[in-house]
Design a protein around this ligand. Sequence first.
Ligand code: SF4
Length: 595
Amino acid sequence: EICGKYGNNRARLMDIVQEVQERIGHVPREAFGLIADEANTHRVEVESVVSFYAFLSDNKKGDVVIRLCDDIIDRFKGGEAVGEALCKALGIGFGETTGDGSITLEKTPCIGMSDQAPAMMVNDTVVTNLTPESIPGIIRQLQENPDPQALVHETGDGINADPLVHAMVNNHIREAGPVILANYRRDAGLRKALTQAPEEVIEDVKNSGLRGRGGAGFLTGLKWELTRQSPGTDKFVLCNADEGEPGTFKDRVLLTERADLVLEGMTVAAYAIGAETGIIYLRGEYAYLRAYLEDTMNQRRAANLLGINILGKEGFNFDVRIQMGAGAYVCGEETSLISSCEGTRGDPTDRTPFPVVKGYMVSPTAVNNVESYCCAARIMDMGPGWFSGIGTDRSAGTKLLSVCGDCERPGIYEVPFGTRLGDILERAGADDVACVCVGGPSGQMVGPAQFGLGISYEELSTGGSMMVFSNQRDILEVADAFMEFFVDESCGYCVPCRVGNVLLKKRLERVRKGEGAQSDLDYLQRLGESVKFTSRCGLGQTSPNPVLSTLKNFRPVYNALVKDNGDGLQKSFNIMKAVEAASAIAGRRSEIFHA
Ligand code: SF4
């Protein structure tokens, strides 16, 4: 029945296994063969999909699955104490299910709630601002009523109060800039685009200077032009809403506050490149937004803003579906995202060919970020000159920043490109700052010497994540946590990323323990550069950044930890510590070595 609902189409395998899991709590191994037969694929394909994604399982879990966010911001905000309170209240550890089979407890990487950490998902419902004290009440309530949505006794601001959004989430919009978060004329951009030829629309987007907001910064207009020019009858528009970069949450806010604008931008893109199908790839952590987005799409269909002959434009047909992700960071990489949309493991693929030539279903595909589509719609309404007049010469427009960590006002700031990092910290109420991670773990960790730099592609580039760490924090603990994240999220395909990140983490641990030497720092530098240079996809090419950027910007922190630290002295070898274990086994007092 479920396979039939998706047309027995192997490309919809993700939807099929997700629905099986939704109905019976897991995807039983005995069903793999049946699903494969019905979906015209192989058993091993089903197995590889179920085993790849963190949110899919062939093991029966509890009716309720609690996933506590375990990123560094949550840890620093008290996440570990919350975790202990959860274990105590449930009488189980992480990775276990209660004896009555009702509740499973797990940890998960960043769930996009760093502005209201610590947070957790209870099935698809997000619960934020947790404390150890709030946990017993939450668990009691779940035991009395296992419907997670009954937990939500508070809603956030703006459209988050929509009855279709079940989550304890506040959008924390601190500064609305002129492009995206200011008031705008709904669908004016699309109406204007339809009065022009598709090539003119592309020319406008090119002239605006819009660059991809996911972080890579490729020119959006050029991407659309290449997609339009690539041969193929079917073309696709994909929206990357898989913001898995720890510390970022701006797409979460756009999808609730500007869902119409995202869909308008996708529709403009479809008109420009000649596509009839669009897909929003929504990260599994944002499943609580799905009903709201579906409702928005239905309203647009009713208003002829999606569907056949859109707004009366003869022959312009376009519609959008949502593809749910299932907890795999690598799917934020565009070729992985395409693989996932095609119903397979989210494996990155080689470029070339680029997706603009052969992307989804081997057809020309434009993949853009949520924020990029919002910008494109506004450019069509206000004109390319208006947009390029904001920001800097090489970075036009505004950037949405998700500011979190050690600051008084975490949340969303829409600022013109070129705004100094120090100004943003001041507005966010961050003083005593030792380090800012700009762009998440795959970005750069910078110190006060860089606070005068502007947010832009030419100075400090970011997809949106901005994590603030005060002088009370251990910077190398942060770098270590980021390396742990990459070790976990590597898809394992290529050796530099699969093995190199483990080696980087181990050597970093050694240095942190005070057991390293200058040669270890040289090793970290060399290996980091090698992993960057030789990895296959964006994940591996950026994963050494926490190590490389701290080596560059926080060298004194490393130097203070290594033995031959440049002060001309070798730190003494701690023989007492070294023989402690052996002394205990032999039953000797180690103090003897003092003699
Ligand atoms: Fe997979 Fe890492 Fe290689 Fe990318 S770089 S293909 S994530 S192993």
